[in-house]
Design a protein around this ligand. Structure first.
Ligand code: GLC
Length: 554
Protein backbone atom coordinates (compact mmCIF):
# COMPACT_ATOMS: atom_id res chain seq x y z
CA UNK A 1 0.00 0.00 0.00
CA UNK A 2 1.29 3.44 -0.91
CA UNK A 3 0.88 6.21 1.63
CA UNK A 4 1.22 9.93 0.95
CA UNK A 5 4.64 9.70 2.62
CA UNK A 6 5.86 7.54 -0.25
CA UNK A 7 4.91 10.15 -2.83
CA UNK A 8 7.18 12.83 -4.32
CA UNK A 9 6.27 16.49 -3.72
CA UNK A 10 4.87 16.86 -7.23
CA UNK A 11 2.57 13.87 -6.73
CA UNK A 12 0.85 15.43 -3.75
CA UNK A 13 0.36 18.94 -4.95
CA UNK A 14 -1.84 20.69 -7.48
CA UNK A 15 -0.32 22.01 -10.68
CA UNK A 16 -1.60 25.09 -12.48
CA UNK A 17 -0.82 26.17 -16.02
CA UNK A 18 -0.22 29.86 -16.55
CA UNK A 19 -0.44 31.29 -20.07
CA UNK A 20 1.61 34.36 -19.16
CA UNK A 21 0.43 36.55 -22.00
CA UNK A 22 -3.09 36.40 -20.54
CA UNK A 23 -2.52 36.00 -16.82
CA UNK A 24 -1.86 39.42 -15.30
CA UNK A 25 -0.30 42.56 -16.75
CA UNK A 26 1.79 44.73 -14.41
CA UNK A 27 3.14 46.92 -17.21
CA UNK A 28 -0.07 48.44 -18.61
CA UNK A 29 0.70 47.03 -22.05
CA UNK A 30 -2.27 44.76 -22.77
CA UNK A 31 -0.25 41.54 -22.38
CA UNK A 32 0.68 39.74 -19.19
CA UNK A 33 4.07 39.79 -17.48
CA UNK A 34 6.32 37.59 -15.35
CA UNK A 35 5.97 40.12 -12.52
CA UNK A 36 2.23 39.55 -12.90
CA UNK A 37 2.69 35.91 -11.89
CA UNK A 38 4.76 36.94 -8.86
CA UNK A 39 2.03 39.39 -7.89
CA UNK A 40 -0.56 36.61 -7.89
CA UNK A 41 1.25 33.94 -5.88
CA UNK A 42 -1.32 34.32 -3.09
CA UNK A 43 -4.08 33.52 -5.55
CA UNK A 44 -2.27 30.37 -6.68
CA UNK A 45 -1.57 29.27 -3.11
CA UNK A 46 -5.23 29.66 -2.18
CA UNK A 47 -5.92 26.97 -4.80
CA UNK A 48 -3.39 24.63 -3.19
CA UNK A 49 -1.00 25.04 -6.12
CA UNK A 50 2.58 23.85 -5.61
CA UNK A 51 3.74 23.72 -9.24
CA UNK A 52 3.18 26.42 -11.86
CA UNK A 53 3.74 25.44 -15.48
CA UNK A 54 4.51 28.61 -17.38
CA UNK A 55 4.12 28.35 -21.16
CA UNK A 56 7.19 29.64 -23.05
CA UNK A 57 8.33 33.10 -22.08
CA UNK A 58 11.71 33.00 -23.84
CA UNK A 59 12.76 35.49 -26.48
CA UNK A 60 10.51 34.87 -29.46
CA UNK A 61 8.98 36.56 -32.50
CA UNK A 62 5.67 35.16 -31.11
CA UNK A 63 4.35 33.64 -34.31
CA UNK A 64 3.03 30.82 -32.10
CA UNK A 65 2.97 32.83 -28.85
CA UNK A 66 6.37 31.75 -27.62
CA UNK A 67 6.38 28.18 -28.97
CA UNK A 68 8.79 29.58 -31.56
CA UNK A 69 11.86 30.21 -29.44
CA UNK A 70 14.62 32.50 -30.72
CA UNK A 71 16.79 32.39 -27.58
CA UNK A 72 16.28 29.84 -24.80
CA UNK A 73 18.61 31.78 -22.49
CA UNK A 74 16.65 35.04 -22.56
CA UNK A 75 13.22 36.21 -21.42
CA UNK A 76 11.16 37.95 -24.08
CA UNK A 77 11.07 41.68 -23.28
CA UNK A 78 7.28 41.66 -23.56
CA UNK A 79 7.23 39.46 -20.44
CA UNK A 80 9.98 41.26 -18.53
CA UNK A 81 13.57 40.44 -17.62
CA UNK A 82 15.65 37.50 -16.45
CA UNK A 83 15.92 39.22 -13.04
CA UNK A 84 12.12 39.18 -12.78
CA UNK A 85 12.10 35.51 -13.74
CA UNK A 86 14.73 34.73 -11.09
CA UNK A 87 12.66 36.64 -8.57
CA UNK A 88 9.54 34.63 -9.46
CA UNK A 89 11.41 31.33 -9.12
CA UNK A 90 12.85 32.42 -5.77
CA UNK A 91 9.71 33.96 -4.27
CA UNK A 92 7.74 30.91 -5.36
CA UNK A 93 10.28 28.54 -3.80
CA UNK A 94 10.11 30.38 -0.49
CA UNK A 95 6.38 29.59 -0.38
CA UNK A 96 6.68 26.04 -1.69
CA UNK A 97 5.43 26.96 -5.16
CA UNK A 98 7.84 25.67 -7.81
CA UNK A 99 7.97 27.02 -11.34
CA UNK A 100 7.87 24.58 -14.25
CA UNK A 101 9.44 25.66 -17.52
CA UNK A 102 8.14 24.68 -20.93
CA UNK A 103 10.88 23.24 -23.13
CA UNK A 104 10.17 23.55 -26.83
CA UNK A 105 12.73 21.16 -28.27
CA UNK A 106 11.15 19.71 -31.40
CA UNK A 107 11.75 22.97 -33.22
CA UNK A 108 13.05 26.50 -32.78
CA UNK A 109 12.00 29.80 -34.27
CA UNK A 110 13.38 30.59 -37.70
CA UNK A 111 14.87 33.59 -35.83
CA UNK A 112 17.03 31.33 -33.64
CA UNK A 113 20.76 31.91 -34.28
CA UNK A 114 21.19 28.18 -35.05
CA UNK A 115 18.68 28.33 -37.89
CA UNK A 116 19.96 31.61 -39.23
CA UNK A 117 23.33 29.89 -39.70
CA UNK A 118 21.90 26.57 -40.85
CA UNK A 119 19.99 28.11 -43.72
CA UNK A 120 23.09 29.83 -45.18
CA UNK A 121 24.77 26.79 -46.75
CA UNK A 122 25.11 23.02 -46.72
CA UNK A 123 28.51 23.04 -45.05
CA UNK A 124 28.48 25.50 -42.18
CA UNK A 125 28.77 24.57 -38.51
CA UNK A 126 24.97 24.37 -38.08
CA UNK A 127 24.20 22.91 -41.52
CA UNK A 128 23.00 19.63 -40.03
CA UNK A 129 21.03 21.03 -37.10
CA UNK A 130 17.66 21.00 -38.91
CA UNK A 131 15.88 18.64 -41.31
CA UNK A 132 16.95 19.64 -44.83
CA UNK A 133 16.07 17.75 -48.00
CA UNK A 134 16.39 18.29 -51.73
CA UNK A 135 13.32 19.01 -53.84
CA UNK A 136 11.72 16.27 -55.88
CA UNK A 137 12.84 16.25 -59.52
CA UNK A 138 10.01 18.56 -60.52
CA UNK A 139 11.07 21.04 -57.83
CA UNK A 140 8.18 20.23 -55.51
CA UNK A 141 8.45 19.45 -51.79
CA UNK A 142 10.24 16.22 -50.75
CA UNK A 143 6.98 14.65 -49.51
CA UNK A 144 3.28 15.50 -49.43
CA UNK A 145 3.16 15.90 -45.66
CA UNK A 146 0.75 18.45 -44.21
CA UNK A 147 2.00 20.44 -41.23
CA UNK A 148 -0.08 20.31 -38.05
CA UNK A 149 -1.09 23.91 -38.66
CA UNK A 150 -2.08 23.21 -42.29
CA UNK A 151 -0.37 23.53 -45.68
CA UNK A 152 2.83 21.74 -46.71
CA UNK A 153 5.22 20.75 -43.88
CA UNK A 154 8.12 21.81 -46.15
CA UNK A 155 9.37 25.30 -46.84
CA UNK A 156 11.75 26.19 -49.66
CA UNK A 157 14.92 28.07 -48.72
CA UNK A 158 16.37 29.89 -51.67
CA UNK A 159 19.67 30.63 -49.96
CA UNK A 160 20.51 27.00 -49.40
CA UNK A 161 18.58 25.54 -52.36
CA UNK A 162 16.76 22.99 -50.18
CA UNK A 163 13.55 22.49 -48.31
CA UNK A 164 13.35 22.33 -44.51
CA UNK A 165 10.77 20.42 -42.51
CA UNK A 166 8.38 22.13 -40.11
CA UNK A 167 5.90 19.98 -38.21
CA UNK A 168 4.10 23.16 -37.08
CA UNK A 169 4.22 26.64 -38.69
CA UNK A 170 6.82 27.44 -41.34
CA UNK A 171 8.47 29.78 -38.84
CA UNK A 172 9.12 26.73 -36.60
CA UNK A 173 11.79 24.60 -38.33
CA UNK A 174 12.27 21.11 -36.84
CA UNK A 175 15.57 20.33 -35.13
CA UNK A 176 17.62 17.31 -36.12
CA UNK A 177 17.86 15.18 -32.97
CA UNK A 178 20.07 12.65 -34.80
CA UNK A 179 22.86 15.17 -34.43
CA UNK A 180 24.55 14.73 -31.01
CA UNK A 181 25.53 18.41 -30.95
CA UNK A 182 21.85 19.37 -31.15
CA UNK A 183 21.00 17.08 -28.27
CA UNK A 184 23.87 18.47 -26.21
CA UNK A 185 22.75 22.06 -26.87
CA UNK A 186 19.21 21.20 -25.77
CA UNK A 187 20.29 19.37 -22.62
CA UNK A 188 22.53 22.33 -21.74
CA UNK A 189 19.49 24.61 -21.92
CA UNK A 190 17.48 22.33 -19.66
CA UNK A 191 20.34 22.21 -17.16
CA UNK A 192 20.66 26.00 -17.21
CA UNK A 193 17.03 26.25 -16.08
CA UNK A 194 17.24 23.33 -13.67
CA UNK A 195 20.21 25.06 -12.00
CA UNK A 196 18.01 28.09 -11.39
CA UNK A 197 15.92 25.94 -9.09
CA UNK A 198 12.79 25.33 -11.13
CA UNK A 199 10.59 22.44 -10.02
CA UNK A 200 10.36 20.70 -13.35
CA UNK A 201 9.78 20.81 -17.05
CA UNK A 202 6.92 20.37 -19.43
CA UNK A 203 8.41 19.06 -22.65
CA UNK A 204 6.58 20.27 -25.74
CA UNK A 205 5.54 18.16 -28.74
CA UNK A 206 7.98 15.44 -27.74
CA UNK A 207 6.61 12.61 -29.87
CA UNK A 208 7.75 14.35 -33.05
CA UNK A 209 11.49 14.62 -32.32
CA UNK A 210 12.56 11.41 -34.04
CA UNK A 211 11.97 11.28 -37.78
CA UNK A 212 11.50 8.08 -39.82
CA UNK A 213 14.53 6.64 -41.64
CA UNK A 214 12.87 7.09 -45.03
CA UNK A 215 10.70 10.04 -46.03
CA UNK A 216 7.79 8.96 -48.24
CA UNK A 217 4.52 10.38 -49.54
CA UNK A 218 1.37 9.15 -47.82
CA UNK A 219 -2.21 8.81 -49.10
CA UNK A 220 -3.96 12.20 -49.23
CA UNK A 221 -6.72 12.60 -46.65
CA UNK A 222 -8.11 15.96 -47.74
CA UNK A 223 -8.88 18.07 -50.80
CA UNK A 224 -5.41 19.63 -50.54
CA UNK A 225 -3.75 16.33 -51.57
CA UNK A 226 -1.67 16.21 -48.40
CA UNK A 227 -1.00 13.57 -45.75
CA UNK A 228 -0.76 14.51 -42.03
CA UNK A 229 2.88 14.85 -41.00
CA UNK A 230 2.25 13.27 -37.62
CA UNK A 231 0.99 10.09 -39.26
CA UNK A 232 4.41 9.81 -40.91
CA UNK A 233 6.66 11.01 -38.10
CA UNK A 234 5.08 10.70 -34.64
CA UNK A 235 6.37 8.25 -32.05
CA UNK A 236 9.02 6.61 -34.24
CA UNK A 237 10.99 3.57 -33.06
CA UNK A 238 14.14 4.72 -31.29
CA UNK A 239 12.59 7.88 -29.85
CA UNK A 240 12.84 6.53 -26.31
CA UNK A 241 16.64 6.25 -26.56
CA UNK A 242 16.90 10.00 -26.99
CA UNK A 243 14.57 10.54 -24.11
CA UNK A 244 16.47 8.20 -21.82
CA UNK A 245 19.55 10.26 -22.62
CA UNK A 246 17.57 13.41 -21.76
CA UNK A 247 16.49 11.91 -18.45
CA UNK A 248 20.02 10.79 -17.57
CA UNK A 249 21.58 14.16 -18.40
CA UNK A 250 18.92 16.45 -16.92
CA UNK A 251 16.49 14.72 -14.58
CA UNK A 252 18.54 12.15 -12.72
CA UNK A 253 19.76 13.22 -9.29
CA UNK A 254 17.38 16.17 -9.10
CA UNK A 255 14.17 16.61 -7.13
CA UNK A 256 12.24 17.81 -10.17
CA UNK A 257 9.66 16.29 -12.48
CA UNK A 258 9.34 16.07 -16.22
CA UNK A 259 5.97 15.93 -17.91
CA UNK A 260 5.93 15.22 -21.62
CA UNK A 261 3.32 16.40 -24.10
CA UNK A 262 2.81 13.22 -26.01
CA UNK A 263 0.14 13.21 -28.64
CA UNK A 264 0.18 9.84 -30.35
CA UNK A 265 1.13 7.68 -27.36
CA UNK A 266 -1.63 5.21 -26.59
CA UNK A 267 -2.65 4.53 -22.99
CA UNK A 268 -1.40 0.95 -23.51
CA UNK A 269 2.14 2.20 -24.25
CA UNK A 270 2.30 4.44 -21.21
CA UNK A 271 4.48 2.11 -19.17
CA UNK A 272 7.39 2.66 -21.57
CA UNK A 273 7.03 6.39 -21.22
CA UNK A 274 6.43 6.94 -17.51
CA UNK A 275 7.40 5.38 -14.22
CA UNK A 276 10.55 3.70 -13.02
CA UNK A 277 11.54 2.34 -16.44
CA UNK A 278 10.03 5.13 -18.49
CA UNK A 279 11.48 8.46 -19.51
CA UNK A 280 9.07 10.90 -17.89
CA UNK A 281 7.45 11.25 -14.50
CA UNK A 282 4.12 12.10 -16.08
CA UNK A 283 2.78 12.24 -19.59
CA UNK A 284 0.04 14.33 -21.10
CA UNK A 285 -1.65 11.91 -23.45
CA UNK A 286 -4.73 13.08 -25.25
CA UNK A 287 -7.04 10.10 -25.63
CA UNK A 288 -9.81 11.74 -23.57
CA UNK A 289 -9.31 15.11 -25.30
CA UNK A 290 -9.83 13.40 -28.65
CA UNK A 291 -13.32 12.25 -27.64
CA UNK A 292 -15.13 15.51 -28.53
CA UNK A 293 -12.66 16.57 -31.22
CA UNK A 294 -11.77 13.33 -32.99
CA UNK A 295 -8.33 11.77 -33.33
CA UNK A 296 -7.52 13.70 -36.50
CA UNK A 297 -8.32 17.00 -34.77
CA UNK A 298 -9.89 18.47 -37.89
CA UNK A 299 -12.28 21.00 -36.49
CA UNK A 300 -14.68 21.11 -39.42
CA UNK A 301 -15.30 17.34 -39.35
CA UNK A 302 -17.80 16.83 -36.51
CA UNK A 303 -17.62 13.68 -34.43
CA UNK A 304 -20.33 12.08 -32.34
CA UNK A 305 -19.60 10.81 -28.86
CA UNK A 306 -21.20 9.70 -25.62
CA UNK A 307 -20.18 10.05 -22.00
CA UNK A 308 -19.07 6.40 -21.92
CA UNK A 309 -16.48 7.23 -24.62
CA UNK A 310 -14.96 9.84 -22.32
CA UNK A 311 -15.17 7.50 -19.35
CA UNK A 312 -13.47 4.66 -21.24
CA UNK A 313 -10.59 6.95 -22.25
CA UNK A 314 -10.08 8.22 -18.70
CA UNK A 315 -10.32 4.72 -17.24
CA UNK A 316 -7.75 3.37 -19.70
CA UNK A 317 -5.24 6.02 -18.64
CA UNK A 318 -5.94 5.38 -14.97
CA UNK A 319 -5.44 1.64 -15.43
CA UNK A 320 -2.25 2.14 -17.41
CA UNK A 321 -0.71 4.32 -14.72
CA UNK A 322 -2.07 2.37 -11.74
CA UNK A 323 0.95 0.12 -11.31
CA UNK A 324 3.56 2.23 -12.97
CA UNK A 325 3.93 5.95 -13.34
CA UNK A 326 1.71 8.83 -12.44
CA UNK A 327 -1.14 10.52 -14.25
CA UNK A 328 -1.50 14.25 -14.91
CA UNK A 329 -5.26 14.80 -14.79
CA UNK A 330 -6.42 17.61 -17.05
CA UNK A 331 -9.44 18.84 -18.97
CA UNK A 332 -7.98 22.08 -20.30
CA UNK A 333 -4.81 23.65 -21.51
CA UNK A 334 -3.84 26.53 -23.79
CA UNK A 335 -4.48 24.38 -26.89
CA UNK A 336 -8.07 23.42 -26.13
CA UNK A 337 -11.45 25.12 -26.11
CA UNK A 338 -12.96 25.60 -22.65
CA UNK A 339 -13.92 22.34 -20.96
CA UNK A 340 -17.41 23.53 -20.00
CA UNK A 341 -18.13 23.61 -23.74
CA UNK A 342 -15.98 20.65 -24.74
CA UNK A 343 -17.27 17.96 -22.44
CA UNK A 344 -21.00 18.63 -22.19
CA UNK A 345 -23.66 18.03 -24.81
CA UNK A 346 -26.55 19.35 -22.70
CA UNK A 347 -27.64 22.89 -21.86
CA UNK A 348 -27.12 24.23 -18.39
CA UNK A 349 -25.21 26.83 -16.42
CA UNK A 350 -21.47 26.98 -17.10
CA UNK A 351 -20.78 27.35 -13.39
CA UNK A 352 -22.48 24.02 -12.63
CA UNK A 353 -20.58 22.33 -15.46
CA UNK A 354 -17.28 23.71 -14.20
CA UNK A 355 -18.00 22.32 -10.75
CA UNK A 356 -18.78 18.87 -12.19
CA UNK A 357 -15.41 18.81 -13.97
CA UNK A 358 -13.62 20.25 -10.95
CA UNK A 359 -14.92 17.43 -8.75
CA UNK A 360 -13.56 14.84 -11.14
CA UNK A 361 -10.22 16.58 -11.65
CA UNK A 362 -9.53 17.21 -7.99
CA UNK A 363 -10.39 13.71 -6.81
CA UNK A 364 -8.77 11.66 -9.60
CA UNK A 365 -5.63 9.61 -9.03
CA UNK A 366 -2.67 11.61 -10.29
CA UNK A 367 -1.63 15.24 -10.13
CA UNK A 368 -4.42 17.62 -11.18
CA UNK A 369 -3.30 20.21 -13.73
CA UNK A 370 -5.63 23.20 -13.71
CA UNK A 371 -5.50 25.70 -16.53
CA UNK A 372 -5.98 29.38 -15.77
CA UNK A 373 -9.63 30.36 -15.77
CA UNK A 374 -10.89 26.79 -15.56
CA UNK A 375 -11.58 27.44 -11.87
CA UNK A 376 -13.92 30.30 -12.83
CA UNK A 377 -16.07 28.26 -15.18
CA UNK A 378 -15.41 30.09 -18.39
CA UNK A 379 -17.23 29.23 -21.55
CA UNK A 380 -15.80 29.87 -24.99
CA UNK A 381 -15.45 33.49 -26.08
CA UNK A 382 -17.69 35.27 -28.60
CA UNK A 383 -15.99 35.67 -31.98
CA UNK A 384 -17.47 37.96 -34.60
CA UNK A 385 -15.22 37.04 -37.52
CA UNK A 386 -12.09 35.12 -38.43
CA UNK A 387 -10.11 38.37 -38.26
CA UNK A 388 -10.58 38.49 -34.47
CA UNK A 389 -8.53 35.34 -33.91
CA UNK A 390 -4.83 35.63 -33.18
CA UNK A 391 -3.92 31.93 -33.18
CA UNK A 392 -1.91 30.63 -36.15
CA UNK A 393 -3.65 27.22 -35.96
CA UNK A 394 -7.12 28.74 -36.02
CA UNK A 395 -6.37 30.53 -39.27
CA UNK A 396 -4.97 27.31 -40.74
CA UNK A 397 -8.04 25.32 -39.66
CA UNK A 398 -10.27 28.00 -41.17
CA UNK A 399 -8.44 27.82 -44.50
CA UNK A 400 -8.62 24.03 -44.43
CA UNK A 401 -12.36 24.14 -43.76
CA UNK A 402 -12.79 26.48 -46.73
CA UNK A 403 -10.69 24.14 -48.94
CA UNK A 404 -13.11 21.35 -47.94
CA UNK A 405 -15.97 23.41 -49.36
CA UNK A 406 -17.42 24.86 -46.11
CA UNK A 407 -19.11 28.27 -46.17
CA UNK A 408 -17.56 31.22 -44.28
CA UNK A 409 -20.20 30.81 -41.57
CA UNK A 410 -19.64 27.08 -41.14
CA UNK A 411 -15.84 27.52 -41.07
CA UNK A 412 -16.21 30.27 -38.46
CA UNK A 413 -18.55 28.10 -36.39
CA UNK A 414 -15.95 25.31 -36.33
CA UNK A 415 -13.28 27.77 -35.19
CA UNK A 416 -15.56 29.30 -32.57
CA UNK A 417 -16.20 25.84 -31.15
CA UNK A 418 -12.61 24.57 -31.13
CA UNK A 419 -10.19 27.52 -31.39
CA UNK A 420 -7.26 27.61 -28.99
CA UNK A 421 -7.92 31.32 -28.54
CA UNK A 422 -10.94 30.38 -26.41
CA UNK A 423 -8.45 29.41 -23.72
CA UNK A 424 -6.21 32.41 -24.30
CA UNK A 425 -8.44 35.38 -23.49
CA UNK A 426 -7.28 37.36 -20.43
CA UNK A 427 -7.90 36.05 -16.94
CA UNK A 428 -10.74 38.05 -15.41
CA UNK A 429 -9.72 39.38 -12.02
CA UNK A 430 -12.50 41.86 -11.19
CA UNK A 431 -15.33 43.95 -12.66
CA UNK A 432 -13.19 46.98 -13.50
CA UNK A 433 -12.21 47.94 -17.04
CA UNK A 434 -10.42 45.15 -18.94
CA UNK A 435 -11.49 42.83 -16.11
CA UNK A 436 -8.62 44.02 -13.93
CA UNK A 437 -6.20 42.18 -16.21
CA UNK A 438 -4.48 45.26 -17.58
CA UNK A 439 -4.67 49.03 -17.56
CA UNK A 440 -4.37 48.89 -21.35
CA UNK A 441 -6.60 47.29 -23.97
CA UNK A 442 -5.93 43.52 -23.80
CA UNK A 443 -4.46 41.68 -26.81
CA UNK A 444 -7.55 39.44 -26.93
CA UNK A 445 -10.96 40.62 -25.74
CA UNK A 446 -12.27 39.74 -22.27
CA UNK A 447 -15.57 37.85 -22.13
CA UNK A 448 -18.84 39.73 -22.47
CA UNK A 449 -19.85 38.58 -18.98
CA UNK A 450 -16.63 39.61 -17.25
CA UNK A 451 -18.47 41.91 -14.84
CA UNK A 452 -19.95 38.85 -13.13
CA UNK A 453 -17.51 36.09 -14.11
CA UNK A 454 -14.32 37.19 -12.35
CA UNK A 455 -12.15 36.28 -9.37
CA UNK A 456 -13.38 39.05 -7.05
CA UNK A 457 -17.06 38.30 -7.67
CA UNK A 458 -16.54 34.57 -7.20
CA UNK A 459 -14.57 35.04 -3.99
CA UNK A 460 -17.71 36.64 -2.56
CA UNK A 461 -20.10 33.94 -3.81
CA UNK A 462 -20.29 30.74 -1.84
CA UNK A 463 -21.76 28.81 -4.77
CA UNK A 464 -19.09 29.90 -7.24
CA UNK A 465 -16.81 27.55 -9.18
CA UNK A 466 -13.75 29.27 -7.67
CA UNK A 467 -14.75 28.51 -4.08
CA UNK A 468 -15.71 24.95 -5.08
CA UNK A 469 -12.25 24.43 -6.59
CA UNK A 470 -10.61 25.86 -3.46
CA UNK A 471 -12.71 23.67 -1.20
CA UNK A 472 -11.96 20.50 -3.15
CA UNK A 473 -8.28 21.40 -3.43
CA UNK A 474 -8.08 21.61 0.38
CA UNK A 475 -10.05 18.40 0.73
CA UNK A 476 -7.68 16.63 -1.66
CA UNK A 477 -4.54 17.78 0.10
CA UNK A 478 -5.93 16.75 3.51
CA UNK A 479 -7.26 13.33 2.45
CA UNK A 480 -4.69 10.51 2.15
CA UNK A 481 -7.02 8.38 -0.02
CA UNK A 482 -7.34 11.21 -2.55
CA UNK A 483 -3.58 11.58 -2.75
CA UNK A 484 -2.42 8.01 -2.64
CA UNK A 485 -5.48 5.77 -2.88
CA UNK A 486 -6.31 3.35 -5.66
CA UNK A 487 -8.84 4.30 -8.33
CA UNK A 488 -11.77 2.16 -9.46
CA UNK A 489 -14.56 3.13 -11.78
CA UNK A 490 -18.21 2.78 -10.64
CA UNK A 491 -21.38 2.85 -12.77
CA UNK A 492 -19.31 2.11 -15.89
CA UNK A 493 -22.29 1.89 -18.24
CA UNK A 494 -24.04 5.07 -17.14
CA UNK A 495 -24.38 7.69 -19.89
CA UNK A 496 -25.11 10.35 -17.28
CA UNK A 497 -22.80 9.81 -14.35
CA UNK A 498 -19.03 9.50 -14.17
CA UNK A 499 -18.26 7.84 -10.85
CA UNK A 500 -15.28 6.32 -9.11
CA UNK A 501 -13.92 5.39 -5.72
CA UNK A 502 -10.52 6.04 -4.17
CA UNK A 503 -9.41 3.63 -1.49
CA UNK A 504 -6.48 3.68 0.92
CA UNK A 505 -6.60 1.18 3.78
CA UNK A 506 -9.87 1.79 5.57
CA UNK A 507 -10.44 5.13 3.94
CA UNK A 508 -12.83 5.23 0.98
CA UNK A 509 -13.89 8.29 -1.01
CA UNK A 510 -16.53 8.20 -3.74
CA UNK A 511 -17.01 10.84 -6.43
CA UNK A 512 -20.21 10.95 -8.49
CA UNK A 513 -20.48 13.54 -11.25
CA UNK A 514 -23.71 14.02 -13.18
CA UNK A 515 -22.87 15.21 -16.72
CA UNK A 516 -26.57 15.45 -17.66
CA UNK A 517 -29.02 18.20 -16.80
CA UNK A 518 -31.55 15.80 -15.36
CA UNK A 519 -31.71 14.40 -11.83
CA UNK A 520 -30.28 10.89 -11.54
CA UNK A 521 -31.00 8.07 -9.12
CA UNK A 522 -28.27 5.55 -8.32
CA UNK A 523 -27.76 2.65 -5.94
CA UNK A 524 -27.33 4.24 -2.52
CA UNK A 525 -25.26 1.19 -1.43
CA UNK A 526 -22.38 2.84 -3.30
CA UNK A 527 -22.14 5.44 -0.56
CA UNK A 528 -23.36 3.34 2.38
CA UNK A 529 -21.54 4.21 5.59
CA UNK A 530 -20.02 7.37 4.09
CA UNK A 531 -20.85 11.02 4.76
CA UNK A 532 -21.37 13.72 2.20
CA UNK A 533 -18.16 15.77 2.10
CA UNK A 534 -19.14 18.13 -0.71
CA UNK A 535 -22.13 18.64 -3.01
CA UNK A 536 -21.80 21.16 -5.81
CA UNK A 537 -25.46 22.17 -6.00
CA UNK A 538 -26.65 21.16 -2.54
CA UNK A 539 -29.39 18.90 -3.91
CA UNK A 540 -27.77 15.51 -3.43
CA UNK A 541 -28.94 12.83 -1.01
CA UNK A 542 -27.81 9.19 -0.83
CA UNK A 543 -28.83 7.59 -4.14
CA UNK A 544 -29.77 10.90 -5.72
CA UNK A 545 -27.94 13.58 -7.71
CA UNK A 546 -29.31 16.87 -8.92
CA UNK A 547 -28.94 17.97 -12.58
CA UNK A 548 -25.29 18.80 -13.34
CA UNK A 549 -24.38 18.04 -9.76
CA UNK A 550 -21.18 16.50 -8.45
CA UNK A 551 -20.67 15.06 -5.00
CA UNK A 552 -17.87 13.65 -2.96
CA UNK A 553 -18.63 11.13 -0.20
CA UNK A 554 -16.05 9.89 2.26
C1 GLC B 1 2.43 22.20 -28.48
C2 GLC B 1 1.97 23.45 -27.78
C3 GLC B 1 1.26 24.32 -28.75
C4 GLC B 1 2.22 24.70 -29.85
C5 GLC B 1 2.85 23.46 -30.48
C6 GLC B 1 4.05 23.82 -31.28
O1 GLC B 1 1.40 21.42 -28.93
O2 GLC B 1 1.20 23.11 -26.67
O3 GLC B 1 0.71 25.46 -28.17
O4 GLC B 1 1.55 25.43 -30.84
O5 GLC B 1 3.30 22.54 -29.52
O6 GLC B 1 5.13 24.18 -30.44
Amino acid sequence: MTSPNDLAWWQKTIAYEVYPKSFYDTAAQGTGTIAGITAKLDYLQALGVGAVWITPCYKSPMVDNGYDVADYYAIDPSFGTMEQMDELIEKGRERGVRMVMDLVFNHTSEQCAWFKESRKSRNNEYADWYIWRDAKEDGSAPTNWRSIFGGSAWEWCEERGQYYLHTFAKQQPDLNWENPEVRKALFDIANFWANKGVGGFRIDAITYIKKPPVFEDGPADGEDGLYPVHAATANQPGILEYLHEFKAKVRDGRDIFMVGEANGVAATELDQWVGADGVFDLLFEFSHMHVPMGEAEIWCRPVTWELTDLKRALAASQKATAANGWYPAFFENHDQPRSTVNFFQCDGPLAAKAKVLGAVLLTMRGTPFLYQGEELGYGNATWKGIGEFDDVQTHAQYDFAKSEGLSDEAALAACTRFSRDNARTPLQWDASENAGFSAARPWLPVHDDYATCNVAAQEADDGSPLLWYRRLASLRLATPALLAGTWRELMEDSEQVLAFERVLGNERVVTLANFSNEPVAYDSELVAGLSLLAASEGIAAPGRLGPLEAVVWG
